[in-house]
Design a protein around this ligand. Structure first.
Ligand SMILES: [Zn+2]
Length: 444
């Protein structure tokens, strides 16, 4: 994924002090570095670690849950009946447990960088420390944030912003940390212009990226039309939010004027195809955005953590939606899940590709079954159509191996599973004991 998008066969790379220091013919590198620790990657794919551009680690605790809620019939009801009651019930232990187990799954499936947004009105101050602690144990690179929202009250929104500021201040003193601060705003339909402006001002001070859900469901568009007479991206533009350090998640309901605004301001987009299908919100106009040179990354929105599945979903969704087998190609999908994700968060000089000078965030893939030859011509097709998370053999983050022969080295996987299962069953019990349904919300 370097600027020439080269695919090399018979090459090796050398890592020193966390960075890629040399890329060259295998014989040459072996001759010159005979006394170093090496990994034999014969027959394997060596590629940049995957980037998940938008996630909610705590989504992991809902996997398989059967919550006795009245079946939601649209996106707003999915939030009101499923997600917001879960947010209310989340506590600090749940935040830690979900961050731990989600990081295990990300690491084992070849994700080396992700951007997380946590939400929970009853676990705000200090929660990012717990999430940070969990992720550091696993050793992946990340951006983490608390999702500010005024859906209950104005106060709730500012408490959320404060938590991000507290964490950004803490991380500003830890330059070497693999975890970095992100500012997060839930969505334009749950926050005021004042809050958006203030988050933009503070995030610029800390040089941190900002993320917001934008026109995921029609509720966002309708809210902005009714209350401001503007479409979602028009309002975000007028309030001064857009810019190169801003990542808009979803962008499903856009018109061409909004796409122009995103392109003109160099704003980034995180596309979440599997979540969009799950919530039946619609299809994001990804090809139109790419045609306008907008950086589009790939996210899971807290749903399926295997990014190979997310890549495949994106690849198929746009073909079907456009009834065009050429709608999107494998290479574009791979860019979304690697270098574009890094670019969205200002990390393109550090990670997202295999290049001399970059951090060694690298994964090795050994497909369990290869029905056809693996060559430089077929490798991208294999990544999109053959490979699953289970095929990830080794994972390095900043040169440190965290997965070896498919086993996590940094933490006891069984222990992570035990912690998250206990948290999940407690959470489900609390949710069933006191069912909450949020039908009305404070209009910011
Ligand atoms: Zn999301």
């Amino acid at each position: 994924m370097d600027s020439d998008r080269r695919i090399l066969e018979g090459y090796s790379l050398a890592i020193d002090d966390g960075r890629i220091v040399e890329i060259g013919k295998t014989e040459d590198l072996h001759r010159r570095h005979s006394n170093v620790e090496s990994v034999d990657a014969t027959g394997q794919i060596v590629m940049p670690g995957l980037v998940c551009s938008h996630t909610h680690l705590y989504g992991m605790l809902l996997r398989g849950a059967s919550l006795s809620v009245k079946p939601p019939s649209d996106f707003t009801q999915i939030l009101q009946r499923v997600w917001w009651p879960v947010d209310e019930a989340m506590n600090y232990e749940d935040a830690y447990a979900s961050a731990l187990v989600a990081s295990v799954e990300f690491a084992k499936s070849g994700v080396t960088l992700f951007a997380d947004t946590y939400s929970g009105p009853n676990s705000i101050p200090g929660v990012l420390d717990r999430i940070y602690e969990a992720i550091e144990r696993i050793g992946i690179r990340s951006f983490i944030s608390f999702e500010a929202t005024e859906r209950h009250s104005t106060d709730e929104g500012w408490t959320g912003v404060k938590e991000n500021v507290r964490f950004a201040e803490l991380m500003s003193k830890k330059h070497d940390s693999k975890t970095k601060a992100l500012f997060s705003i839930h969505a334009s339909f749950t926050v005021s212009d004042e809050l958006i402006r203030e988050v933009k001002r503070i995030a610029e001070k800390y040089r941190s990226p900002i993320t917001i859900h934008a026109s995921e469901g029609l509720v966002d568009l309708h809210h902005n039309m009714e209350n401001y007479g503007k479409r979602t991206i028009e309002r975000l533009s007028d309030v001064g939010l857009l810019g190169s350090m801003v990542v808009l998640a979803h962008c499903v309901h856009l018109n061409s004027k909004e796409i122009d605004l995103i392109a003109r301001t160099n704003t980034g987009v995180a596309h979440n195809p599997m979540s969009n299908m799950l919530n039946a919100v619609g299809v994001s106009p990804v090809q139109q955005m790419i045609a306008q040179k907008i950086t589009v990354g790939l996210g899971n929105d807290g749903y399926i953590f295997d990014m190979f599945e997310n890549m495949r979903a994106a690849f198929l969704l746009h073909r079907l939606n456009n009834r065009d087998p050429n709608a999107i190609d494998s290479y574009t999908i791979l860019e979304m899940a690697t270098i574009n994700g890094a670019k969205l968060y200002g990390m393109q000089k550090e990670t997202g590709s295999i290049e001399v000078g970059k951090k060694a965030d690298i994964i090795l893939i050994k497909p369990n079954l290869l029905p056809t030859p693996l060559t430089s011509e077929t490798v991208v097709g294999h990544i999109i159509n053959t490979v699953d998370a289970d095929d990830v053999e080794h994972v390095f983050v900043e040169g440190k191996q965290i997965v070896k022969n498919k086993l996590l080295l940094s933490f006891d996987e069984q222990e992570a599973q035990r912690i998250s299962q206990a948290a999940a069953s407690n959470l489900w019990t609390r949710l069933k004991a006191t069912p909450v349904q949020i039908d009305h919300m404070h209009n910011p």
